[in-house]
Design a binder for this molecule. Sequence first.
Ligand SMILES: [Zn+2]
Length: 104
Amino acid sequence: MRKDMPEPPHALEVCNHHATGMLEIAWSDGVTGILAHRVLRESCRCAHCTAEMRRGRPVRAGDGTRIVSIEALGGSMLQLVFNDGHQRGIYPLAYLRSLAAPGN
Ligand SMILES: [Zn+2]
């Protein structure tokens, strides 16, 4: 096991801006990532959404898409519940970080 690997940044604070439909995540390395709820919904990688994508029917979420509930799972994942009733989206923090890479 290598010990000189830098620790991946973790989320210090998750702030849900319901009015604008943006999820703001402050990371331990000073980066702040902003993700649109719509983009998060379309980026869901649960079994159902992945299967739909394979069938050529990727999720299309409208601008009115909102996250209605955020649940932390084990410190390294977030479960996001959307206002379209979809609640199976489990988002590893590393995935959220890659979606909201600085400079995007
Ligand atoms: Zn899904």
